[in-house]
Design a protein around this ligand. Structure first.
Ligand code: ASP
Length: 419
């Protein structure tokens, strides 16, 4: 079959349908040859026979091609970034279990003929309820020590989409995003407006402290220390530069005083006793997402996140921006994770789908293009499924928590490259 497909690709024709006409033309030509020694009626019968045999053969071939495509497919991610290979086995196990559980949730829906939309929402809900992932319960801390969550969902069959940003009391932001899509005339609600909308639609609410987890708190503390350190270095540098202008040879008492205060602050931080990180410091990203193709041939994508650790007030990332972190149409469904600002500037998820459509490329090629030609190493990871059920999960980061399953029963769960 691979040879067939290669041949079709080379001659650029739609498989089967065009070849059918070639065969038909050829048999008509053969039997209309005047030297062919059969009477007219027999000739006609033979022609009909050849055509039916041809049709049968070709429809067989056609269904073999289709049988190779997946009836339904699902892929998910739990965030990309610098995920240390030194992650303790016990932690690794917990991540794998969380991914497996979410995969099974989506698998059950799709294998029973449920919609792609339902599958991606429920898969993401499962990840949102797991404190390990940066979404829902495990959302990261903002610079103010609170939690602001974003989510988006998109139905590829209609281009209907719903998103919310900066919510603080929603247990499962992805379900509120779905409500925006189905119960409002709008696509994106933010902050207080999104909370008011939540009241009207009756999704489950929680206190902001619901998202407080020890590992995220420690991660936030370390992020704060790092950013304070940077601020201090800037102050120190500024003080010395100003001092140079006023008196190049004498260090002003102000600068000397600043140095003493900053060094004391640094010393006290180093002895503040923050325990060893359970999640590596460099793993500053995180987000969850799911993409699916259902038995009816519809595609859907969903993404949910707490954003980036220590983000400033009101910061909006790529996730709720339709086309950036989340996108689905008739060609592909994509969900992104990584540095939101970079993903957004390249309208990444939409670019992948458009690249496929406009260049007649595979999902694999389109994703690779965005990761290598548009983004920088270490920026992002994507999961996608196309209208034929092909799955692609790629990243230019060290790792990405991810998994996939299709109707042929092919199941994968991975964190790093080449596992
Ligand atoms: N892309 C998310 C954001 O920037 C974070 C992530 O995926 O890790 O909000």
């Amino acid at each position: 079959m691979t040879l067939w497909k290669l041949l079709f690709k080379l001659i650029g024709t739609e498989p089967i349908s065009d070849l059918k006409w070639v065969f038909l033309f050829w048999s008509l030509h053969l039997f209309s040859d005047t030297n062919f020694s059969l009477n007219r009626i027999k000739k006609m019968r033979l022609i009909l026979f050849v055509i039916s045999a041809m049709a049968l053969f070709l429809s067989e071939l056609n269904s073999t091609v289709h049988a190779q495509q997946s009836e339904w497919s699902l892929a998910l991610h739990g965030g990309a970034g610098v995920i240390s290979k030194d992650l303790p086995d016990s932690m690794k196990q917990l991540y794998y279990e969380g991914l497996e559980e979410a995969l099974s949730t989506g698998e059950e829906i799709l294998s029973e003929g449920g919609s792609a939309l339902e599958a991606v929402e429920m898969t993401v809900r499962s990840l949102e309820d797991n404190p390990l992932f940066n979404a829902g319960r495990g959302a990261v801390y903002t610079s103010e020590g609170t939690h602001e969550l974003d989510a988006a969902i998109m139905d590829g069959s209609t281009l209907a989409a719903g998103a919310i940003t900066g919510v603080t009391t929603i247990k499962n932001p992805i379900s509120l995003a779905r409500n925006v899509m189905t119960d409002s005339r709008h696509v994106l609600f933010s902050g207080a407006g999104a909370e008011t909308f939540a009241e009207q639609t009756g999704v489950e609410r929680v206190d902001n402290s619901y998202y407080n987890t020890k590992h995220r708190y420690e991660q936030w503390m370390r992020a704060q220390q790092q950013s304070n350190l940077k601020k201090e270095e800037t102050i120190r540098g500024l003080c010395r530069t100003l001092n140079l202008f006023s008196s190049p040879f004498v260090v002003s008492p102000h600068c000397a005083q600043t140095d003493v205060i900053l060094s004391a602050a640094k010393r006290s931080r180093n002895t503040s006793g923050i325990s060893k990180p359970s999640i590596p410091d460099e793993y500053k990203y995180g987000t969850v997402g799911a993409v699916a193709l259902d038995k009816d041939g519809n595609l859907a994508a969903a993404t949910s996140t707490g954003g980036m650790t220590n983000k400033r007030f009101g910061r909006v990332g790529d996730v709720p921006i339709i086309g950036s972190g989340t996108f689905a149409n008739h060609v592909a469904a994509i969900s992104a994770t990584g540095w939101g600002e970079q993903i957004m500037k390249n309208v990444s998820a939409n670019t992948i789908a458009n690249y496929m459509e406009f260049n007649d490329s595979t999902l694999e090629e389109a994703m690779d293009f965005v990761l290598t030609e548009r983004l920088n190493p270490g920026d992002a990871g994507f999961i996608g499924v196309d209208f034929k059920g092909n799955i692609s999960m790629q990243m230019n980061t060290v790792g990405m928590f991810r998994g996939s399953i299709d109707s042929h029963g092919k199941r994968t769960v991975m964190i790093w490259e080449n596992e």
